[in-house]
Design a protein around this ligand. Structure first.
Ligand SMILES: [Zn+2]
Length: 304
């Protein structure tokens, strides 16, 4: 099949899928270089062949596809993958908001670079201890706590038990001659990790800003469409000034996840309910204000 028969991807359609399957691999990979991460993942889920091409290979070409996709479509992520991750794994890590431990999508989940995972708050609680807890319970001597970078939750330093305990075991096995040299080596490693964490933290901040802006733009586009909907009598079903007062809308702006059709359906349902409540409240306010005005008019009449 010639390249001109391929039109840029409606990747989920069956006809396109067949067109893509019959493309020579080099052309297929060349097309992939221009796709954003989400489309690459969608494409890899279309069939086993695409999955093998995009996800199983460790080849330089495949890793380069994911790298290009990250740099072009996520320009705020210039740093390469952390140690132990290839490009494809790194991109998945950045875009998927699943908790590494429980596998659930959770609003509280966030990246903890020190542990190299994305975790929800519940899983974090069971797998970490605060610096204070570790010192008070004497599980780990304070000296060992300085040998690992800590994570933070609500500005409180915490340590991952599966990192700190092996470090403690290592520490216990040392004799007095080895101890100083080992601690110095650990200190240097920790310093290097902390420097990298700082840079990744700045990228996280930049990513959040861009993702929130993109999400807000997507929500506002949907709201504009919603404000065009008419009632049976031809008047607007929704007014933006009341929509803007809805808590569900304010909450929805806070997140960084891409705003999907599914998220819009959910939000629209909540907005419709809240909107009605606001209008009822507004009517009550107007009517009670009118009652006060009438009462005042009567008082003025009697005084006169
Ligand atoms: Zn979890």
């Amino acid at each position: 099949m010639k390249l001109k028969q391929f039109s840029i991807p409606t990747i989920s359609t069956l006809s396109t899928r067949h067109s893509l399957i019959t493309l020579p691999p080099e052309i297929f990979l060349n097309i992939c270089k221009h796709l954003p991460p989400f489309d690459l993942f969608s494409l890899s889920r279309v069939c086993r062949l695409f999955y093998n091409d995009l996800c199983l290979g460790e080849s330089v070409t495949i890793q380069e596809i994911w790298r290009q996709s990250r740099l072009v479509f996520m320009p705020y992520r210039q740093m390469g993958p952390p140690e132990g991750m290839n490009e494809k794994e790194y991109v998945r890590f950045l875009v998927e908001d699943k908790c590494y431990f429980c596998g659930k999508r959770n609003k509280s989940s966030r990246i903890y670079w020190e542990r190299g995972v994305r975790s929800c708050f519940e899983c974090l609680k069971t797998r970490t201890k605060t610096q204070e807890e570790l010192i008070e319970s004497k599980i780990v001597p304070p000296a060992v706590l300085h040998l690992l970078p800590c994570s933070y939750t609500r500005s409180i330093p915490i340590f991952w038990l599966d990192q700190i305990m092996p470090k403690h075991e290592e520490f216990k096995r040392l004799n007095s001659q080895e101890c100083l040299a080992w601690m110095e080596k650990q200190r240097i490693i920790t310093e290097q990790i902390e420097k990298e964490m700082d840079l990744r933290f700045f990228e996280d901040m930049a990513a959040k800003k861009v993702q929130k802006t993109e999400r807000k733009r997507a929500i506002d586009a949907k709201l504009n469409e919603l404000c065009l909907e008419k009632n049976e009598n031809g008047t607007c079903r929704y007014l933006r000034k009341y929509l803007d007062q809805c808590h569900s809308l304010k909450n929805s702006y806070k997140y960084t996840r891409p705003f999907t059709e599914k998220a819009w359906k959910l939000l629209k349902r909540k907005l419709a309910k809240e909107y009605l409540q606001l209008i009822e409240l507004e009517k009550e306010n107007v009517s009670s204000q009118r009652s006060v005005e009438l009462a005042l008019e009567k008082v003025v009449y009697w005084i006169d």
